[in-house]
Design a protein around this ligand. Structure first.
Ligand SMILES: [Fe+2]
Length: 407
């Protein structure tokens, strides 16, 4: 939407990400439907003041030919008094089209308003790579999808590379390979994901590299049907060479029966869904939290035996606050041993741990069963259905149950 002057009137999702991480002050004016707004909001490191007014509520009058005039008239009937004038207002809708008109209406009323280009859909699909370490001899990149709290990794050494837990939009990994002159030789999932569609099988097909999954996760836990996707079997203790470096597979059932972690050079621990920065993974997404919680306890105990200076690199986070001052989701195991609520429970008896888990389970999203079907090749979905299934933030950690219970 053109403005009367040449100053910028939009925020790209990268700009939004920067402001969210920095904890900058701004206000969100969200014009999506109420149910869309309630199911998923933009979150940052600090609470962002926001208001939801569905755009259709602002179009009730037939008096105006121009949609901006209609929005403006609506806003003047009691809304403008509730909006701040001293901080930017970000207008948000699902795709960024309607909110462009809303932002323009706000600007005409004298507010410093911007439109989120691409809307919540673009924010949900935003990926951001960060460097954990980088040299020709060894590079580790953390590729995050911040709106969903999903993290994936690329490990590279002397031009060859492995991808761990690739997310659905595989072009980001292909672009990174081009930019850094890398050839992917291995595609590894830590487990059959329930909260998002894996990019693993698609990448394997595109680049001809093998895709690895533990065979226990090749069975859909609810349907009890075997995966139809091509994959190589992972096993405990299996090693992979990435250039000059070795990665060991640790079978740590609990979140899923085929859950694994990968330990690179005895230093970097790709924990998948087991240990997160502030919490631990839930063990009930196979529908058997009661019987899987005890093996989750054993597996976490196994990981806790690793040295304190092991760097934990998880597959998820719950809030942007979990990142360090460089925006990385990474922490020494020795620190998490003392601070991570779930790991503190894991250091107690099995009975205490199981009681804690069973009292802390978040809601089981219905779509997680279907996402696992897609990841197993048992269901096929197009882009719009895939996007709908993945909508919102992951609910893979047990600690979120306590947050939800408190709200
Ligand atoms: Fe998971």
């Amino acid at each position: 939407m053109p403005s009367s002057d040449s100053s910028p009137t939009v925020w790209q999702v990268e700009t939004l990400h920067t402001h969210l991480e920095a904890g900058d002050s701004f206000f969100i004016f969200d014009v999506r439907n109420e149910d869309e707004y309630e199911s998923w909001k933009i979150e940052g490191t600090v609470e962002i003041p926001m208001m939801n007014v569905p755009y259709y509520a602002m179009l009730e009058s037939d008096e105006f030919d121009d949609v901006i005039d209609s929005f403006k008239a609506y806003l003047q009937q009691g809304t403008v008094e509730k909006l701040p004038r001293e901080v930017p207002i970000l207008a948000v809708c699902a795709k960024g089209d309607t909110s462009a008109f809303v932002a323009e209406a706000l600007r005409r009323l004298g507010f410093p308003a911007f439109n989120l280009e691409g809307g919540t859909q673009a924010w949900g699909d935003h990926y951001h790579p960060r460097v954990i370490t980088e040299s020709e001899e060894l590079a580790v990149y953390q590729i995050g999808r911040p709106a969903r709290g999903c993290l994936s990794y690329v490990v590279a050494s002397n031009g060859t590379a492995a991808i761990i837990d690739p997310l659905r939009h595989v072009e980001h990994y292909l672009e990174l390979a081009q930019e850094k002159s890398l050839a992917y030789e291995l595609i590894l999932d830590t487990h059959a994901h329930a909260d998002h569609i894996s990019g693993g099988p698609t990448l394997a097909e595109k680049i001809g590299a093998p895709y690895f999954l533990h065979p226990y996760d090749g069975i859909h836990p609810i349907d009890v049907l075997p995966a139809t996707i091509p994959y190589e079997y992972l096993r405990d203790g299996q090693t992979f060479q990435v250039g000059a470096h070795e990665m060991v597979t640790l079978h740590i059932p609990g979140h899923t029966l085929g859950n694994v972690a990968y330990l690179l050079d005895g230093k970097y621990l790709f924990t998948g869904d087991s240990i997160f920065i502030e919490s631990i993974a839930r063990p009930d997404l196979g529908g058997r939290g009661d019987t899987w919680a005890p093996i989750h306890h054993q597996s976490l105990r196994r990981l806790l035996e690793l040295p304190d200076d092991t760097t934990v690199l998880p597959a998820h986070f719950s809030t942007l606050n979990e990142s360090d001052d460089q925006g990385l989701f990474a922490a020494p195991l020795g620190t998490l041993r003392k601070k991570n609520g779930g790991l503190l429970e894991a250091q107690k008896s099995q009975q205490e741990f199981v009681e804690y888990i069973l009292a802390s389970l978040p809601k089981f999203p219905d779509e997680y069963i279907e996402i696992k079907r897609v990841n197993a090749g048992l269901a096929k979905v197009g882009e719009s259905k895939a996007s709908e299934l993945e909508l919102g933030k992951n609910i893979c950690a047990v600690a979120q149950a306590r947050d939800q219970a408190n709200t």
